[in-house]
Design a protein around this ligand. Structure first.
Ligand code: 2RA
Length: 335
């Protein structure tokens, strides 16, 4: 496969290249694209040393697969050009996620939706991590309501977000100074920010509404009641989510644990006697989403559970999911 990674110097772009290598995706030629700022930079990849190129819309490259880790505006402007030039495109941005004719895919949940598509959307990271854990519970117990509170890492704001957190922490801890902020709305070290993306007229943020809209689409449950509070926290690259579900059928913690333990993409980590539960430190750098702290809901009784999920934002929340989509597709070689 001739594969192009767009936004190759960003946090997700770099992970895409690594994941393609780690999973042995059949790459015969890898081309890396980024902004003019990085053009000409040589970088080492699992497929040899590569030079960063700048995309020329007048001459779209001949690719079988294009993985986009770019802004929504860039995707809107160029994704369909790449499809027209012969590539199957997996887009990480929010540009097409809610378009009726573009599948939004988490392979463990709805791989079939990608069949025959040449443009596929990769979900918001928070949604992808959540959907992997909700799918087995929906299959066995049916979902009625989902209430989520998130603890989202700096990596959700890209390499710049991670750098702002690290620099700010050093300033506060080593110099006794004050952390500066430009990526985040407020300084992130020693703080939590209940504000990710823009506020909507209903008082939720766009990040929170993405969880509602995208979960419904991925799970094929257009009327599912989903409410989210999204919070940025000073962790580096794994998003955590406290989840409460109300189910249609009775559910017990034991049955929920069994369903989660057998689910693809989920690792059950739930041994509180030994202080084992999902955490950003243990989920970072891992493909599986950790699920644990499963307990009967005090609100919904025998029709509900509370649990905790943590997934690597750059992997299951972005690069891994995109490569899994590519793996699930019968990508045809471009002419
Ligand atoms: C965030 N979900 O964490 C967003 C980015 N994909 O900021």
């Amino acid at each position: 496969m001739r594969v192009g990674v767009f936004g190759a110097t960003g946090a997700v772009g770099k992970e895409l290249v690594q994941v393609l290598g780690d999973r042995g995706y059949p790459v015969t030629e890898l081309r890396l694209f980024a902004s003019t700022r990085s053009a000409g930079t040589r970088i080492t990849t699992p497929f040899g040393e590569k030079t960063i190129e700048v995309y020329d819309p007048a001459k779209p490259p001949r690719l079988d697969l294009a993985l986009l880790a770019v802004s929504g505006d860039w995707s809107k402007a160029h994704a369909k050009e790449l499809v027209a030039a012969g590539a199957v495109v997996v887009d990480n941005s929010s540009a097409f996620r809610l378009d009726d004719d573009v599948p939004l895919v988490v392979p463990e949940v709805n791989a079939g939706a990608a069949k025959g598509a040449r443009l596929i959307a990769n979900p918001n990271c928070t949604t992808a991590i959540l959907a992997v854990a909700l799918a087995p519970l929906q299959a066995e117990f049916g979902l009625k309501r989902v209430i989520v509170s998130t603890y989202q890492a700096a990596s959700g704001a890209g390499a710049e977000g991670m750098e702002e957190l690290e620099t700010g922490l050093k300033e506060v801890l080593l110099n006794g100074g004050t952390a500066k902020n430009s990526v985040f709305r407020h300084p992130l070290p020693m703080n939590l920010i209940p504000h990710i993306d823009s506020f909507q007229p209903n008082g939720y943020t766009r990040e929170e509404m993405k969880v509602t809209w995208e979960t419904r689409k991925i799970m094929g449950l257009p009327d599912l009641l989903v409410s989210c509070t999204a919070v940025r926290v000073p962790t580096l690259r794994a998003h955590a989510e406290a989840v409460t579900i109300e189910t249609l059928k009775p559910i017990t913690p034991e049955a929920a644990r069994a369903a989660l333990a057998n689910a693809p993409g989920v690792k059950l980590v739930d041994d509180v006697a030994n202080a084992a539960y999902p955490m950003p430190l243990t989920a970072s750098g891992r493909y599986d989403v950790e699920a644990g702290r499963v307990r009967q809901s005090l609100v919904f009784g025998d029709h509900g559970i509370d649990f905790f999920v943590v997934g690597d934002q750059l992997l299951k929340g972005a690069a891994l999911n995109a490569v899994q989509i590519a793996e699930a597709l019968p990508v045809k070689l471009a002419a």
